[in-house]
Design a protein around this ligand. Structure first.
Ligand SMILES: NC(=O)c1ccc[n+]([C@@H]2O[C@H](COP(=O)([O-])OP(=O)(O)OC[C@H]3O[C@@H](n4cnc5c(N)ncnc54)[C@H](OP(=O)(O)O)[C@@H]3O)[C@@H](O)[C@H]2O)c1
Length: 247
C-alpha cells in the first residue's frame, strides 16, 4: 500500500522499538517527518537512529516517560517550537507485568495502569491541545484484544487496555467537530520484544490458536496505523481496528 505523508509530522511514542519502530519507519518511507520517542533503552534508540540515517533530516528522537505529565508537556512544547504542531500522534508505548490477581504486587498493577492508561491520557491530552488549534489531527493508540476478552495473569494489562479504548471513544466524541479523529489499533500476537519471554512451547500453542497460523510482524501492524493516519480515513473515528490474524 502506497501512502503519502509529505509535509506532515508524526509523533510515535515507543517509536524506536517493536511495533512503534515499524510505524516510525513506515512514516519515514511515506515522506513524513517523524519524532520517535522512548523511555530508557538507549541502545535500541541508537540502533534505530543508525538504521534510518538516510532519513536523518526527517527524524528526531526524544526520550521521556509517558507517565510523567511534566515530561510529556515539555516534550510537546519542544516539538511545537522546533517542528510546529504535529498532524499525527501514535501511542505505541506500553508494558506488561503479568501475575494472577491474588499474587499481583500493587506496584505491578500501578506501573501497568500508569504507563498504558495514564500515559496514553497524558499524550492524548497534549496532542489534542496542539491539534485543536490547527483543526486537524489523527490520534492512534495501540490497544489489545485482551482488554475485551480478559486473560488469566494479565488483569492489570487487560484493565489498562480496556480503559484505553474507553478513553479513545470518549475523546473521539469531544474533538470530532475539530476534524480530529481518534482510533485504536488492536494487534494480536506480534513478534516483538514484548512477547519475547514466552517459552517456545507456549508460542506454538498460541500460534495454533491464530486462524492465520502465525504471529504477526510489526509491519503487519504499521500499515493499518498509517491507513488510520491518512487524510483519506476522515470518516473513521472512535473505532478499534483488530489486526490479529483472525484470533
Ligand atoms: N507485541 C504484541 O504482541 C502486542 C499485542 C497487542 C498489543 N500490543 C501493544 O502495542 C504497543 C507496542 O508494543 P511492542 O510490541 O512494540 O512493545 P515493545 O517492543 O516492548 O516496545 C515498547 C515501547 O514502549 C516504550 N515505553 C514503555 N514504557 C514507557 C514509558 N513509561 N514512557 C515512554 N515510553 C515507554 C519502550 O521504550 P524503551 O525502548 O525505552 O524501553 C518501547 O519503545 C504496546 O502498547 C502493547 O501493549 C503489543
Amino acid at each position: 500500500m502506497e501512502f503519502d505523508f509529505k509535509g506532515q509530522t508524526a509523533i510515535v511514542t515507543g517509536g524506536t522499538r517493536g511495533i512503534g519502530r515499524a510505524v516510525s519507519e513506515a512514516f519515514l518511507k511515506a515522506g513524513s517527518k517523524v519524532i520517535a520517542t522512548y523511555r530508557s533503552n538507549e541502545e535500541e534508540a541508537k540502533n534505530f537512529s543508525d538504521a534510518n540515517s538516510a532519513h536523518s533530516e526527517c527524524l528526531d528522537i526524544h526520550r521521556f516517560d509517558v507517565t510523567r505529565y511534566d515530561e510529556v508537556e515539555t516534550f510537546f512544547k519542544e516539538v511545537e517550537e522546533k517542528h510546529g504542531a504535529p498532524q499525527i500522534v501514535v501511542v505505541s508505548s506500553g508494558i506488561r507485568a503479568d501475575s494472577i490477581v491474588g499474587m499481583m504486587k500493587t506496584e505491578d498493577w500501578n506501573n501497568v495502569i500508569d504507563t498504558n492508561l495514564t500515559g496514553t491520557f497524558n499524550v492524548c491530552k497534549l496532542a489534542v491541545q496542539c491539534m485543536m488549534r490547527q483543526k486537524y489531527g489523527r490520534i492512534i493508540t495501540l490497544t489489545s484484544p485482551i482488554g475485551k476478552i480478559g486473560f488469566a495473569g494479565q488483569a492489570n494489562y487487560a484493565a489498562s487496555k480496556a480503559g484505553q479504548v474507553a478513553l479513545v471513544k470518549s475523546l473521539s466524541k469531544e474533538v470530532a467537530s475539530r476534524k480530529i479523529t481518534v482510533n485504536c489499533v488492536s494487534p494480536g500476537f506480534i513478534d516483538t520484544d514484548f512477547i519475547a519471554d514466552l517459552p517456545d512451547e507456549q508460542r506454538d500453542v498460541y500460534k495454533q490458536q491464530v486462524p492465520l497460523k502465525r504471529f504477526g510482524t510489526a509491519r503487519d501492524v504499521a500499515t493499518p496505523v498509517l491507513f488510520l493516519a491518512s487524510k483519506e480515513s476522515s470518516y473513521i473515528t472512535g473505532s478499534v481496528l483488530e489486526v490479529t490474524g483472525g484470533l
